[in-house]
Design a protein around this ligand. Structure first.
Ligand code: NAD
Ligand code: LMR
Length: 338
């Protein structure tokens, strides 16, 4: 349960206040890459989350400005900013949850894998900091290519001797958010009533929506299945093209990241029955990492669920997904092992 209710004295114009270090009891959360397109709205939404008592905003640029801005919001969380590598360790010390949207986004014509060369190194450095300063934190990794950055993070933690597979989660929530939205559009439902499991990974054919398992139960024609599967798989590219060089999804991603972080925090708090899809260490397939439904608890992803019954279309999709995923996972592992 939240453990950070340490009293600290502060004084403004001679009036001494004794305020809980993090305002109300709650969790300490750091965002790495907090001044970016995702980072800024994510920071704003996390400042509004009542489960958060301390919010650390770290970036290599503009962190003080974003922090000053967000710190004026009259919500409970205390906000602190950290700028540049020398302040990374202070940003991470004592955190319960670290969310990582640091790194470069795609431009039209690029795949997520084209981001590997820059983002792999960024994720490595940040994870080395986590291993040193908050080895027990839950990590929500957003930086692309997620199919490779999660294996990179795992290898960094293994090297440092801090690896706990339950605590490392690749964020695939945006695929679920999109799937719920697009399926609801086709069915004429409110997206809040729809739940679509999306498994596999987070790029192209590795994004595998399980339309046969949609709740509420429903059926799709082959044309609808084809349309929905492709639209969900290409959702990121749809935004990249619409933004025409100005980046990739940021606002829907910040929404998805907060939705996912909130489930992690509710799990940490000990709430029962918290289940979401995430890209985690897995024995569901022969691959070492795979996205599927996981149950979040006090120690992270405490249970990784099997895929359940698949139809023929999904079985074919699963084989394609596994083929591509295998290479992306290996690429991440090799980056650290070499
Ligand atoms: P952005 O360029 O707007 O922001 C990235 C931020 O990271 C910048 O503020 C930058 O200064 C910061 N940064 C760079 N190097 C850093 C370092 N070493 N330490 C800390 N911060 C650093 O990009 P964005 O649109 O916010 O996207 C960020 C990443 O998220 C990209 O890799 C993108 O592909 C990925 N993404 C993932 C998903 C998903 O579903 N998992 C969805 C959307 C975007
Ligand atoms: C997304 O799905 O929107 C992100 O992975 C960003 C991208 O490059 O598509």
């Amino acid at each position: 349960h939240p453990s950070n209710v340490q009293m600290e004295e502060s004084s403004i114009l001679g009036r001494t206040n004794c305020r809980a270090k993090g305002g109300a009891p709650g969790f300490k959360v750091a965002i790495l890459g907090a001044a970016g397109g995702i980072g800024q709205p994510l920071a704003m939404l996390m400042k509004m989350n009542p489960l958060v008592s301390v919010l650390h905003l770290y970036d290599v640029v503009n962190a003080p400005g974003v922090t000053a801005d967000i710190s004026h919001m009259d919500t409970g969380a205390v906000v602190r900013g950290f700028l540049g590598q020398p302040q990374l360790e202070s940003a991470l010390a004592g955190m319960d949850l670290v969310i990582i949207p640091a790194g470069v986004p795609r431009k039209p014509g690029m795949t997520r894998d084209d981001l590997f060369n820059i983002n792999a190194g960024i994720v490595k450095t940040l994870c080395e900091g986590i291993a040193k300063c908050c080895p027990n934190a839950i990590v929500n990794l957003i930086s692309n290519p997620v199919n490779s950055t999660v294996p990179i993070a795992a290898e960094v933690f293994k090297k440092a001797g801090t690896y706990d597979p339950k605590r490392l989660l690749g964020v695939t929530m945006l695929d679920v958010v999109r799937a719920n939205t697009f399926v609801a559009e086709v069915l004429g439902l409110d997206p809040r009533e729809v739940d679509v499991p999306v498994v596999g990974g987070h790029s192209g054919v590795t994004i595998l929506p399980l339309l046969s398992q949609v709740k509420p139960p429903c059926s799709f024609t082959p044309e609808e299945t084809e349309y929905l599967t492709k639209r969900i798989q290409d959702g990121g590219t749809e935004v990249v093209q619409a933004k025409a060089g100005a980046g990739s999804a940021t606002l829907s991603m910040a929404y998805a990241a907060v939705k996912f972080a909130d489930t992690c925090l509710r799990g940490l708090r000990g709430d029962a029955g918290i289940v979401e899809c995430a890209f985690v260490a897995s024995q569901v397939t022969e691959l070492p990492f795979f996205a599927s439904k996981v149950r979040l608890g006090r120690t992270g992803a405490e249970e990784v669920y099997q895929l359940g019954p698949l139809n023929e279309y999904e079985r074919v999709g699963l084989e394609k997904a596994k083929n591509e995923l295998a290479g992306s996972i290996q690429k991440g592992i090799s980056f650290i092992k070499k």
